[in-house]
Design a protein around this ligand. Structure first.
Ligand code: ADE
Ligand code: ZN
Length: 346
């Protein structure tokens, strides 16, 4: 298949997006508009400068900055509507979208009201062929009590489409032991469990996320590359690593994992993880901030040496790793196979 033909096929196959932060998906012009709504003058250049952070803590600071313009249900309705239209254009048919519920609570916002606006937007998206489930997350640096509070809110709103509880932010700021009460609370409520781990941190943080917290998928997990025994464990358990290549370049996470070596796509461990038999999924993380989209991430994987059949297998793994009832997952997988074969990817 020619390169443009491959990109067309990657655009056309039905896709699932499992690692995507709502607040990291706001187009620059929408940030300007939201800021103006709240009486703050922000120029497109301001947004560009914030979105161009090159180190991890700078990125977290930019993320905090952009969330400062999200206050009311209408703000959330606007960004969710825009995100869902953008996903539909790329033929994403299923998405698990992470909401920084911990940030909302920290800002003393009305979480239920804001979430109901999001829920409405996701119902509208479902009518257009995009099914959305929600993940509530907290940032490790907010501490253990904030984590429990977020987990409790996730449990309360589970009947409204919240399927999982997760943790992000600065993974070096709080240990798994300190997070355990929040994860227990989420697990007791029947929620699925996630953790960002091994993005900038080492293999021990990934291992603790799995063994202490019971995380069922790992956000990033790059740190596992330093520990062959951990890679074997992840492969044996079929525990997915949600890989976001462009994010790893833009936040400096890959450079940190490589000991400060020049980070480039061809040094990313995604292909090595895949070849070793790990379950890996491909995602965008914060697409607007990193100027990427899901089709571009598949294009990046092609540049890393994935054949078209391997790209199809990668896309399949996202459906296989979705927090969906078995029958729904099987149904997505069946239509995925049919389309991938028709497009000549399998
Ligand atoms: N929140 C949003 N994106 C994140 C990332 N890549 N790592 C940690 N926390 C995040
Ligand atoms: Zn993330």
């Amino acid at each position: 298949m020619t390169a443009p033909g491959l990109l067309r096929a990657l655009r056309a196959i039905p896709k699932a997006e499992l690692h995507l932060h709502l607040e990291g998906s706001i187009a620059p012009e929408t940030v300007v508009r939201l800021a103006a709504r709240h009486g703050v003058a922000v120029s497109p250049e301001d947004v560009a400068a914030r979105y161009r952070s090159t180190d991890f803590l700078g990125f977290l600071d930019s993320y905090k900055w952009v969330t400062s313009f999200l206050r009311l249900p209408d703000d959330y309705r606007l960004i969710a509507g825009e995100l869902f239209r953008h996903l539909r254009k790329q033929n994403v048919v299923y998405a698990e979208v992470t909401l920084s519920a911990g940030v909302m609570l920290r800002r003393n916002q009305n979480l239920a009201e804001n979430f109901f606006a999001l829920r409405e937007a996701s119902k509208e998206a479902a009518a257009e062929g995009l099914r959305v489930q929600w993940i509530f997350d907290t940032a490790r640096q907010f501490g253990p009590e904030a984590a429990v509070e977020t987990a409790n809110w996730a449990a309360r709103l589970a009947p409204e489409g919240v399927v999982a509880f997760g943790v992000g932010g600065d993974e070096l700021a709080l240990s798994a032991r300190e997070l355990l009460p929040a994860f227990e609370c989420a697990r007791d409520a029947g929620l699925r469990l996630l953790a960002h781990a091994g993005e900038i941190g080492g293999p021990e943080i990934v291992r603790e996320a799995v063994e202490v917290l019971g995380a069922e998928r790992i956000g990033h997990g790059l740190g596992a590359l330093h520990d062959p025994a951990l890679l074997d464990l992840l492969a044996e358990r079929g525990l997915p690593l949600e890989i976001c290549p462009t994010s790893n370049l833009r936040t400096g996470a890959l450079a940190r994992q490589l000991g400060g070596e020049g980070a480039r796509l061809d040094r990313h461990p995604l292909k090595a993880f895949f070849d070793r038999g790990l379950r890996v999924t491909l995602s965008t993380d914060d697409p607007a901030m990193f100027e990427t989209d899901l089709v571009a991430e598949y294009g990046a994987a092609a540049e890393m040496g994935f054949s078209s059949a391997e790209l199809a297998r990668l896309a399949e793994m996202s459906f296989a790793s979705a927090f969906l009832p078995e029958a729904d997952r099987e149904s997505y997988l069946a239509s995925f196979h049919e389309r991938a074969a028709a497009l000549g990817l399998l």
